[in-house]
Design a protein around this ligand. Structure first.
Ligand code: AMP
Ligand code: MG
Length: 383
């Protein structure tokens, strides 16, 4: 693993050299890793970003790992990203978004699982995490079609230049009225999984709109969980999965790093205000991590920043004192969803959420007159 690979947009894992060159054996959580190979990794291009899957392993297992990379792991990433994408042919999200108000559709078990986790995150965060904001995300210029090289305005609400022209208030209100995620029902039957779309409709300029879903705020975390589980099930428990530097599933570290105990990784999270600098470090193993913030995808009009995270109360890009939030815990999908929600909620509500997010620790960078301060529910465990 080169240093370049470890420099990530949001967070970086620092891998240190073994501290000892003696012939002593190194045992991590009962496994002798003395003869493990150096870090082996591969990368994929899914979810419009880079996924890195890295492992330390016994040399004789190298072929087994490679066949997982090229087989089960690639297939899983392909399937998850296809089902959840806005426009893929096999996308359940696309089928839902195109369906009529009130329609019931059969969905894949994967989509059902992601939606179940999304429902949990929606409940846990008092609705701040809300995948039914897809139309608002699109209105403000943050859905995937805006990343296409050949993007051109195609919807009635598109502006010539969405980075300098604000949308009509009529659309903000109409799309907000379609974002009640409690109106979206998911259920399991003997023959499979189903979703029933909200019956609400909204009309603007003679065009009728229905509820749409956007699972980008949770899909990468879900995929990190699935890939880590495939690795573990096949005996690979040293390494990590990193999707877009914002969602990670960390297993164990086979190398001793300075400043922390054997088995743990050092995770450095990038500062939201100073490019290339880190604002805190955490030491973790067998845990997931996600980071969200207003400094990754945004544009500015006047003195206001418009970022890709939408506030479900206003239907507009969020305004709060949280510049960035990082969440650590067991489930990477929930870490992903919670980190998005903590930005929307703002520091006071974010810290108050401690009792809801049992077992999850988080750190938020809060804007002040003199830069930012760091708040956490972690009680010094991580920072
Ligand atoms: P993340 O980068 O994980 O924070 O997720 C942000 C992405 O999730 C955005 O680019 C949108 O596609 C979508 N999104 C925006 N606002 C919300 C929200 N309040 N709840 C859930 N997903 C959202
Ligand atoms: Mg997220």
């Amino acid at each position: 693993m080169t240093k370049k690979m470890l420099k990530t947009v949001v967070a970086a894992l620092a891998v240190a050299l073994p501290v000892s060159l003696c012939a002593c054996s190194v045992v991590v959580d009962g496994t002798d890793v003395t003869d493990y190979t150096g870090m082996q990794y591969t990368t994929y291009d899914f979810f419009n970003t880079n996924t890195t899957v890295s492992c330390y392993l016994p040399a004789e297992d190298t072929d087994k790992l490679k066949s997982l990379w090229d087989g089960e792991i690639r297939d899983a990433l392909d399937k998850i990203s296809s089902l959840l994408s806005q426009d893929g042919e096999k996308s359940d999200v696309k089928a839902f978004n195109r369906a009529q108000a009130g329609a019931t559709l059969k969905i894949d078990a994967v989509t059902y699982e992601v939606l179940s986790l999304a429902k949990q995150a929606y409940a846990d965060t008092d609705g701040a995490f809300n995948p039914a904001l897809a139309l608002s995300v699109d209105l403000w210029g943050f859905s995937t079609r805006f990343n296409e090289a050949d993007y051109s305005p195609s919807q009635p609400y598109d502006r010539e230049d969405y980075k300098t022209q604000l949308p009509d208030e009529e659309y903000v209100e109409a799309f907000l009225s379609l974002s009640d995620f409690s109106e979206t029902e998911i259920y399991a039957e003997d023959d499979g999984y189903y979703i029933t779309k909200s019956a609400s409709v909204a009309e603007v300029g003679g065009v009728v709109y229905t509820q749409q879903l956007d699972l980008s705020g949770i899909g990468k975390g879900y995929a990190a969980d699935v890939v880590a589980e495939i690795l573990r099930k096949n005996g690979f428990v040293f390494g990590y999965v990193d999707i877009g530097a914002s969602s990670m599933s960390l297993m164990k570290n086979a190398r001793k790093e300075a400043g922390t105990e054997l088995g743990k990784w050092t995770v450095s999270v990038l500062s939201p205000t100073e490019s290339g600098k880190y604002y805190f470090k955490a030491y973790v193993k067998d845990a997931s991590l996600a980071t969200s913030g207003n400094y990754q995808q945004y544009y500015e009009i006047g003195d206001r920043r418009y970022s890709h995270i939408i506030d479900p109360h206003t239907g507009e890009p969020y305004i709060s004192d949280v510049l960035t939030a990082s969440v650590f815990g067991e489930n990477a999908a929930l870490c992903d969803a919670y980190s998005t929600a903590l930005c929307v909620l703002g520091s006071e509500k974010a810290i108050a959420l401690d009792s809801e997010l049992q077992g999850y620790t988080y750190t938020v960078a809060v804007e002040t007159d003199q830069g930012f301060k760091v708040l956490s529910n972690a009680d010094g465990k991580l920072v």
